[in-house]
Design a protein around this ligand. Sequence first.
Ligand SMILES: C[S@@+](CC[C@H](N)C(=O)[O-])C[C@H]1O[C@@H](n2cnc3c(N)ncnc32)[C@H](O)[C@@H]1O
Ligand SMILES: Nc1nc2[nH]cc(C(=O)O)c2c(=O)[nH]1
Ligand code: SF4
Ligand SMILES: [Mg+2]
Length: 210
Amino acid sequence: MLEKTIQQQVEKGTMLPLMEEFYTIQGEGYHTGRAAYFIRVGGCDVGCHWCDVKESWDPEKHPPTGVDQIVVNAAKYSKTIVVTGGEPLTWNMEPLTTGLKNASLDVHIETSGAYPLSGHWDWICLSPKKAKMPLPEVYEAAHELKVIVFNRHDLAFAKAESEKVSSTCKLFLQPEWSVREKMIPFITEFVMENPEWQVSLQTHKYLNIP
Ligand SMILES: C[S@@+](CC[C@H](N)C(=O)[O-])C[C@H]1O[C@@H](n2cnc3c(N)ncnc32)[C@H](O)[C@@H]1O
Ligand SMILES: Nc1nc2[nH]cc(C(=O)O)c2c(=O)[nH]1
Ligand code: SF4
Ligand SMILES: [Mg+2]
């Protein structure tokens, strides 16, 4: 009985499999350097082989948590909230983001865009993945396109992806962490030749913070 109620709440998005929450500094992309509270929601089946948070993939490993409780915690820490995962758009983000907006918070998302866009967002960071491409609605809504560069072909992929986003969308190339030393020369050369793009580094990993 209880199990069933919880499952129904997860289906509605009033409960979410919460992996972790932490107050830190946004390490990547347009808002790099800004203090923010991160809400990491479990569940992702995109399957990036280099994913730096594979523990997030199985939603069963993360306790279903009421969104009201998540909002109360978040509001204690920061005005800026980053919802990430896992893939947050696996779930209905409407209840969580309504709660966060009612608390007057700025609400950002990190997403692959592979699932329908739900929720109310002040900032959408789209990081497209070839294995499960973003839906058209997410390209249209994205404020920031952040392409991970694992090999040189990813630069051509980045260019093609940039044709699908709005004209105001900010463009970032971020080296895949394990090959950063090899990819940084290609990325820097590309950005100097294509100055509409900017470099994004995972600065939290250099700072040794979460
Ligand atoms: C862990 S993902 C979670 C959100 C969502 N599933 C996504 O991929 O956008 C958060 C961000 O980290 C990036 N990322 C994951 N693993 C990485 C790695 N090994 N090196 C560089 N960036 C990575 C993703 O591309 C994404 O922009
Ligand atoms: N500091 C910090 N910044 C981040 N930006 C995006 C992250 C993510 O995993 O979504 C992340 C993260 O895990 N930590
Ligand atoms: S989409 Fe995001 S969470 Fe899912 S495997 Fe790829 S990087 Fe990891
Ligand atoms: Mg991360």
